[in-house]
Design a protein around this ligand. Structure first.
Ligand code: GMP
Length: 270
């Protein structure tokens, strides 16, 4: 991504942010409520930020919320950009580049995802242990900026072992049950067929969604430590007789938001 564009967006945001943020958050479908817990909040609509795309999906608000959460200076994306909306992966991940430029060291990514693992139930929270990129493309395709990261970035520990451990301990202390598993990213916007879900299960996937992987690749390239948490919003296609509907995804996220909020806040506090 064009260094000038990243710097321009970051310069604009720095003028509005009293101190650099340390933790970045990306809030997925129905999980944007976490941003309402941020204190001394400064809310910046995406359309005000130079170079930012503008989000289109229902249940995605489309603004950055900067402020204090559990004593940490954070910047949260309330609403993210998806490949299926028609953005390039460079556009989808532009905000991560900007958050990196602002100084974040850690990124917490959240999403709603279909459960592929037969042990999972809608409403479960899953700590992402690893991912499988089935998008058929990669956000780092194109010229590499060596100031940001290497041409061939390592993905051995895309999701920080340290942060996963911390999240598990925080969940145990709170009495919140969490799963752990592999997140698979498809482009969408159509949900999977039952055959595709069986394939994903064979490949080692536990949950499936249409986001997160591009942002995590860009964050890791830039040396940011990542924690990913999925809300299992539905059982994936073919696992029940019911057709899939985005309303169910939003409703499930709404139902588990209390646990989700407690968990993320506890992790940030640590
Ligand atoms: O409901 C669609 C939105 O939620 C998308 O942004 C997906 O990332 C996510 N999602 C929730 N459930 C599923 C699912 O079963 N399959 C896929 N691919 N995405 C899902």
């Amino acid at each position: 991504m064009d260094r000038q564009a990243i710097k321009k967006a970051a310069d604009y945001l720095r003028q509005r942010m009293p101190a650099p943020p340390v933790i970045g958050l990306i809030l997925g479908s129905g999980l944007g409520v976490l941003a309402d817990e941020i204190e001394e909040a400064i809310r910046i609509p995406y359309e005000d930020i130079p170079g930012f795309p503008v989000s289109t999906v229902e249940g995605h608000a489309g603004r950055l919320v900067y402020g204090q959460l559990e004593g940490a200076t954070v910047v949260a994306m309330q609403g993210r950009f998806h490949y299926y909306e028609g953005y390039s992966l460079r556009e989808v991940t532009f905000p991560v580049q900007v958050m990196k430029e602002l100084g974040i060291r850690q990124l917490i990514v959240t999403n709603a995802a279909g459960g592929v693992n037969e042990q999972f139930r809608p409403g479960d929270l899953m700590i992402i242990s690893d991912h499988i990129n089935l998008l058929g493309t990669n956000p780092l395709i194109g010229p590499n900026d060596p100031e940001i990261g290497p041409r061939f970035p390592d993905m051995t520990e895309a999701y920080s072992r340290r942060l996963r451990q911390l999240a598990k301990e925080a969940a145990a202390k709170l009495g919140v049950c969490v799963r752990e598993g592999v997140y698979v990213a498809n482009t969408g916007p159509s949900y999977e067929t039952p055959a595709e879900i069986r394939m994903i299960r064979v490949l080692g996937g536990d949950a499936v969604g249409m986001s997160t992987v591009p942002e995590v690749i860009v964050a890791r390239h830039a040396g940011i430590e990542v924690l990913g948490i999925s809300c299992i919003s539905n059982l994936a296609a073919g696992m029940t007789d019911a057709p899939l509907h985005h309303d169910e995804v939003v409703e499930t996220a709404e139902r588990v938001k209390a646990d989700f909020l407690r968990l993320i806040k506890a992790v940030v506090a640590e």
